[in-house]
Design a protein around this ligand. Structure first.
Ligand code: ADP
Ligand code: ADP
Ligand code: ZN
Length: 215
């Protein structure tokens, strides 16, 4: 099974992808996580991507597509989280999957309004070391500001600060939201109400996936 998770920043794609990938044994490919790792390691890609990420702009398509080609396993079995984000990326994904004899089974659209997105992004905290994601109100760590999994301090992502968030929402609307129609026309789009709490969203997601697996 190959899935795409689509939706605005802060919709909960990463949170749900982590859980679903573990339960189904799929590979979770988060382009945001891969890019942040590249930035940390100061690789060529990281050095090029950083300025875009800091501004909340999209990293150029050719860099993203090359990165995906590198990590996509031969046999598939992946959740793409935060990719594709442009029509050009979606076309490149179609080509890449076809070349490998793989198919895209479903695109899950995480629907949630801007107000919720801002609330979620402003309270998001991430572990400096292992990348685990928390929310000060909706998914707090057991001990304030400390990662449950590894004990490292939690930080706020620079691009989760208010000015950058507003730009990311604009970028989403202009460049990524058109993918909703792109995939609807291919009859691949499944909409999940992402405004509910984490467990409720997971149940709706499972319903879609379980129905898919049955046929
Ligand atoms: P979010 O949690 O807001 O969905 P991500 O962690 O997915 O954010 O992405 C963080 C940043 O990384 C984006 O603002 C963008 O600069 C870059 N990025 C991630 N995925 C892509 C992509 N598919 N295409 C272009 N840029 C991307
Ligand atoms: P995305 O990957 O789409 O950017 P995340 O999974 O990182 O989103 O979630 C954004 C923030 O919102 C995180 O702080 C996360 O803990 C929190 N969150 C995720 N899903 C929900 C939900 N259903 N209700 C409330 N908060 C959520
Ligand atoms: Zn941690």
């Amino acid at each position: 099974m190959n899935l795409v998770f689509l939706g605005p920043p802060g919709a909960g794609k990463g949170t749900q992808a982590k859980r679903l990938s573990q339960e189904l044994g799929l590979l979770h490919i988060s382009t945001g996580d891969l890019l942040r790792e590249a930035v940390r390691n100061k690789t060529d890609l990281g050095l090029k991507a950083k300025e875009y990420m800091d501004r909340g702009e999209l990293v150029p398509d050719d860099l993203i597509i090359a990165m995906i080609e590198e990590v996509l396993p031969e046999g598939g079995g992946v959740i793409f989280d935060g990719f594709p984000r442009t029509i050009a990326q979606a076309r490149a994904l179609d080509d890449l999957l076809q070349k490998k004899g793989l198919t895209l089974n479903a695109v899950i659209y995480f629907e949630v309004d801007d107000e919720k997105v801002v609330e979620r992004l402003s309270g998001r905290r991430v572990c400096k070391t292992c990348g685990a994601v928390y929310h000060v109100k909706f998914n707090p760590p057991k001990e304030d500001e400390i990662c449950d999994k590894c004990g490292s301090p939690l930080i706020q992502r620079e691009d989760d600060k208010e000015e950058v968030v507003r730009n990311r929402l604009r970028v989403y609307r202009d460049q990524t939201a058109p993918l909703i129609d792109y995939y609807r026309q291919k009859s691949l789009l499944y909409t999940v109400d992402a405004s509910k709490d984490i467990d409720q969203v997971y149940s709706s997601l499972r319903e879609v996936i379980d129905a898919k697996e049955r046929n």
